[in-house]
Design a protein around this ligand. Structure first.
Ligand code: P6P
Length: 332
């Protein structure tokens, strides 16, 4: 594979697929911000960035120092470039408008600045998830302008801060993987066209919640645990990193099914994960790689959001396995 940088790849997308140059500039800015976040994460205890702030975010979750640092890095990197009309983040109650001093653009950027941050103190992979939607034309966006179904995304991606720092991205023509070359500071194309195998023997779910699941999920996992002697006729393996970015990246790399389903601990919440800046970008990428993503009964990308920080049940990954779980929901 020729040694192409992120910029080379995006310019190729401009020429071959008519990618908007402003979207290229936005994505290069997001990538640079992810590089900065990777550097801050990598300092760990030496950087005084571990531990919690003693505050909670709009989700009611304890904020890690790095959650706020990562959010500030993304906001400061992206607010002045002229590509965005506004931003929204897991860490901010309301959308962040572009300061009057700066030019506006045609896109809305949404992000989870540091997904899985509870893992940062124990040195487990975490990451940044981002989604780009079209902005309203000719006026300042308001919160309801963000409430677009995932099918409206013009691109999505994530960075994983792990043994390598990788950027996984789609602008609607398949999924590409870029690995950070720490010597040069460039994201280098290392995988051209990610394809998720349609079948799998590996599931990812937090098993400690088993007693709280709805019957179709319980039945599915019971069948996996029954292995060769059970209805599936094959043994399954289980992985749960408790960092969506890392679990999804494994699925993008070798297949599998990731599940964070509704459970009865908080019955009024459809699920734990956030629709706009976790489930939608990950579902976009998974579908671009030939996989599937559902909330059990509906394609995630077709859910029409009602709230910016809306939660959703997530079942995504290898298409045939996701379809199998959907069939169990239909039969329930
Ligand atoms: P649990 C991280 O906090 C996160 O939002 C996702 O990255 C991850 O998949 C999930 O929560 C882990 O949740 O309940 O297993 O700790």
């Amino acid at each position: 594979m020729p040694r192409l940088s992120l910029t080379h790849h995006l310019i190729r997308c401009e020429r071959e697929h008519g990618l908007d140059p402003n979207l290229r500039l936005l994505l290069e800015t997001v990538a640079r911000a992810c590089k900065t976040i990777s550097h801050a994460v990598g300092k760990g205890a030496l950087g005084g960035v571990l531990g919690s702030l003693g505050t909670t975010n709009v989700q009611g979750e304890t904020q890690k120092k790095l959650d706020v640092i990562a959010n500030e890095i993304l906001v400061e990197a992206n607010e002045w470039g002229g590509y965005l009309a506004a931003m929204a983040s897991e860490e901010m109650n309301a959308p962040h408008g572009i300061p009057v001093a700066y030019p506006r653009g045609n896109y809305l950027l949404l992000f989870d600045p540091l997904d899985g941050s509870s893992n940062v103190d124990v040195n487990v992979s975490i990451g940044t998830i981002f989604s780009v939607l079209p902005a309203p034309k000719g006026r300042e966006p308001v919160e309801t302008d963000f409430l677009q179904p995932g099918t409206r995304q013009v691109c999505a991606g994530y960075a994983v801060y792990g043994p390598q720092t990788v950027l996984v991205l789609s602008v609607g023509h398949g999924v590409q993987v870029f690995t950070l070359d720490r010597d040069t500071g460039s994201f280098i194309l290392t995988q051209e066209n990610v394809r998720i195998p349609a079948d799998t023997k590996e599931f990812a779910i937090n098993m400690s919640n088993m007693r709280h699941w709805a019957p179709p999920v319980k039945r599915y996992i019971d069948e996996c645990l029954a292995g060769k002697e059970g209805p599936r006729g094959k043994d399954f393996n289980m992985r749960w990193i408790a960092s969506m970015v890392a679990d999804v990246h494994r699925i993008m790399s070798r297949g599998g099914i990731f599940m964070y389903p509704w459970d009865k601990r908080e019955p009024d919440k459809p699920g734990k994960l956030r629709l706009m800046y976790e489930a939608n970008p990950m579902s976009y990428l998974v579908e671009q790689a030939g996989g599937a993503a559902t909330n059990g009964t509906q394609r995630i990308l077709e859910i029409v959001p009602k709230k910016l920080h809306e939660r959703v049940s997530v079942i995504l990954g290898s298409k045939n396995e996701v379809d199998y779980v959907s069939a169990l929901h239909r039969r329930a």
